[in-house]
Design a protein around this ligand. Structure first.
Ligand code: SAM
Ligand code: DTB
Ligand code: SF4
Length: 333
């Protein structure tokens, strides 16, 4: 075994992971990595349970940021047309439908660089309406000030999604209109407002394994580990700089999930974007390696996701079930 790997104690979340240690996890024999991740998973969760989130794009396209992967950036010709912020009523109706379909958390996404105060009242109305349905609420609206984060919390926001996307060294190859520190500042505002954090990244953007380890190290050394940790497999969007990227090897995707589970043991580790092009077997391997959350409902923000029926069939085939309401990471008995 690689000399850099300290034995993993499933009962002890750590905040002092070094880049070399995270890289060494990736270098473990595949079956050893997956086994260690599965042990950690069982310490904190029932491995047959899945957390189910559903997305809605409440403001699509026309975004001033230049994230090289995104269909919604105004810098690239992608065929995604820009729309205005939706009214609260149809958003709440979509959330009710999501709940009826089995979703536990409803995530409202906006193609903004930052939330503008003028849009706060409508966004707050959406959040409180969705919360009143008995759903967990999540939003992803770009950068926030501390005051805005407090206002979203007061409206009933449970989670805020704000991804670091990749390792700090590769970040400026993907986005030039903001910095890693900008992302960290918003995450701090979210945490300080008492909102749970949803923070992860993307694989498949031409990054190295070291960059992937760098992302996980950044997440694992935050003042608090993310409560949810989405791993997106790039959905290549024609017209973006990353539209022709080579797909990541499926086993490497599983390694990313397993390493995420080990370094952030209590997080909901989500197979986020990309399930549309994943086999049942690959998803099953991800669940064995510690993934315990997915997006459901046929659509992500602007791209496709497996439909309700195929996910219901997958869960039945694997003998998995939706996670109990309000389940946070607790030590399994
Ligand atoms: N504008 C806000 C922001 O960037 O924080 C919120 C929405 S943005 C679309 C949310 C996240 O979706 C991004 O941080 C990125 O990780 C992920 N994402 C966007 N486009 C993607 C793609 N084509 N494939 C995989 N993940 C993607
Ligand atoms: C996250 O990490 N992935 C979601 C959610 N958080 C907002 C978004 C995935 C978007 C995939 C591309 C699209 O549908 O436009
Ligand atoms: Fe805008 Fe978010 Fe897309 Fe970046 S990822 S271009 S910030 S919508």
């Amino acid at each position: 075994m690689n000399a850099h790997v300290r034995p993993v104690d499933p009962a002890q979340p750590r905040h002092d992971w070094t880049l070399e240690e995270v890289e060494a996890l990736f270098d473990l024999p595949f079956v050893e990595l997956v086994f260690q991740a599965a042990q950690v998973h069982r310490r904190w969760f029932d491995p047959a349970e899945l957390q189910l989130s559903q997305l809605l794009s409440v403001k699509t396209g026309g975004c001033p940021e230049d994230c090289g992967y995104c269909s919604q950036s105004q810098h690239f010709k992608t065929g995604t047309s820009a729309s205005k912020l939706m009214d609260a009523e149809p958003v709440i109706a979509a959330a009710a439908e999501a709940k009826a379909g089995g979703a536990q958390r409803f995530c409202m996404g906006a193609a903004w660089r930052e939330l503008k105060d003028r849009d706060l009242p409508k966004v707050a109305e959406m959040i409180s309406g969705v919360k009143a349905l008995g759903l967990e609420t999540c939003a992803t609206l770009g950068m926030l000030t501390p005051d805005q984060a407090q206002a979203l919390k007061a409206a009933g926001l449970d989670y805020y999604n704000h991804n670091l996307d990749t390792g700090p060294e590769y970040y400026d190859k993907v986005v030039s209109t903001r910095t890693y520190q900008d992302r960290l500042d918003t995450l701090a505002a979210v945490r300080e407002a008492g909102i749970s954090t949803c923070c992860g990244g993307i694989v498949g953007m031409g990054e190295t394994r070291r960059d992937r380890a760098g992302l996980l190290q950044a997440l694992a050394t935050l003042p608090a580990h993310p409560d949810s940790l989405p791993i997106n497999d790039l959905m290549p969007i024609p017209g973006t700089p990353l539209g022709m990227s080579q797909a990541v090897d499926p086993l490497e995707f599983v390694r990313m999930i397993a390493a995420a589970r080990i370094v952030c043991p209590k997080a909901m580790v989500r197979i986020a974007a990309g399930r549309e092009h994943m086999s049942r077997e690959l998803q099953a391997l991800c669940f064995m390696a510690g993934a315990n959350s997915i997006f459901v409902g046929g659509r992500l923000l602007t791209t496709a996701n497996p439909d309700k029926d195929s996910d219901a069939a997958l869960l039945a085939e694997l003998g998995m079930k939706p996670m109990g309401a309000g389940r946070a990471a607790e030590p399994a008995a």
